[in-house]
Design a protein around this ligand. Structure first.
Ligand code: TYD
Length: 138
């Protein structure tokens, strides 16, 4: 399936009380140029959202706090990735259906995207997504 699970750069600190730093650089650590960043916060455990695919967007998903399951479907199979550490970065190629489940209150989902916001590049209907995948495969 067209995703990559990255181990993001973590800065080693001598004193754990100083907290952590994790970072990534556009086009170096991730395979696209970042045009947009957004994040979903003040969420409750059990929240379920997403239910869409992108025709153009490459995205990096990461969860700096909490635990969020990302369920992916490429039109043929389903896979699930758990973002439960600030060092995990999930690169999603275009054309993947995604659903997200919040496993802890106040988990934060951050997204770095390759494109500016454009509602027309979303597919929000699963049957339409399957048609889109089948047309692309022909
Ligand atoms: P949307 O992507 O529709 O989220 P969901 O369907 O999962 O709730 O976004 C909700 C609203 O936020 C919608 O009115 C568009 C707006 N929005 C932007 O303006 N820019 C963005 O980058 C994003 C992600 C959303």
């Amino acid at each position: 399936m067209k995703y990559d699970l990255l181990n993001l750069n973590a800065v080693k600190k001598d004193n754990p009380a100083d907290g952590g730093i994790t970072y990534f650089e556009s086009e170096k650590d991730i395979p696209f140029k970042i045009r947009r960043v957004y994040y979903i916060f003040k969420t409750q455990e059990g929240m379920h959202r997403g239910f869409h695919a992108h025709k153009l967007n490459w995205q990096l998903l990461f969860c700096p706090m909490g635990s969020i399951e990302i369920i992916l479907n490429d039109g043929k199979e389903t896979e699930s990735v758990l973002l439960d550490s600030p060092s995990k970065g999930l690169v999603l190629h275009p054309g993947l259906w995604r659903e997200m489940i919040w496993h802890k209150n106040d988990s934060i989902l951050c997204v770095a995207a390759s494109e500016y916001y454009d509602p027309d590049e979303y597919i929000r209907d699963f049957d339409e997504f399957i048609d889109y995948v089948n047309r692309k495969d022909q």
